[in-house]
Design a binder for this molecule. Structure first.
Ligand code: AMP
Length: 183
């Protein structure tokens, strides 16, 4: 978990490679569907373009489907989910149904100014339509109000691992693995 621009996607991919498990990014799934103009893409598109959360019902469904696929049987890393309290409840129910539990929740953090900077650079490179300054600011606000409070609940459950998201990509990846394995 972490605010937009903190490097969640990059680090999730590295962790997935390290542990040979899939990284499941709800943002990537939505973007793929948006690009291919699927029904899901059409439904989610308007929310993504505004920097708002896609409705839980839709989001939870795609996560549940994805966690049930064969390549997810040996573990996975969720990137960008859960993002609000109701998604936490939904995830708890999915995990119970699957008979698995979370090992850890990795929280990456960085200052807002670093995040704004990184996302503006990413916008130039990737051309993501939700990387305009207004939408970036909106997404950071949504993170602060809806997602950040969830960290406290995972901390209470003893699942939270906090790692600084500022610095060299490889060093951050190493810090995450070290933190996970020293628990
Ligand atoms: P991301 O790539 O994780 O920043 O996600 C891009 C956009 O996809 C977000 O701004 C939301 O509009 C949507 N999205 C991704 N994950 C979720 C989620 N868990 N719940 C609701 N919307 C999501």
């Amino acid at each position: 978990m972490g605010p937009q621009g903190v490097g969640k996607g990059t680090q999730a991919a590295k962790l997935a490679e390290h542990y040979s498990i899939p990284a499941i990014s709800t943002g990537d799934i939505f973007r793929f569907n948006l690009k291919n103009m699927t029904e899901l893409g059409k439904e989610a598109g308007a929310f993504i373009e505004k920097g708002e959360l896609v409705p839980d019902e839709l989001t939870n469904r795609i996560v549940e489907d994805r966690l049930g696929q064969d390549d997810a049987a040996q573990g996975w890393i969720l990137d960008g989910f859960p993002r609000n309290a109701s998604q936490v409840t939904a995830l708890d129910a999915m995990l119970e149904k699957l008979g698995v539990s979370l090992d850890a929740v990795v929280a990456l953090d960085a200052d807002r100014s670093v995040l704004m900077d990184r996302m503006e650079k990413r916008a130039q490179i990737e051309g993501r339509s939700d990387d305009t300054p207004e939408v970036i600011a909106k997404r950071l606000d949504v993170y602060a109000t809806e997602t950040e409070p969830l960290l406290a609940s995972y901390e209470q459950r003893g699942k939270l691992v906090r790692v600084n998201g500022v610095g060299d990509i490889e060093e951050i990846a190493q810090a995450i693995v070290t933190a996970l394995e020293s628990r």
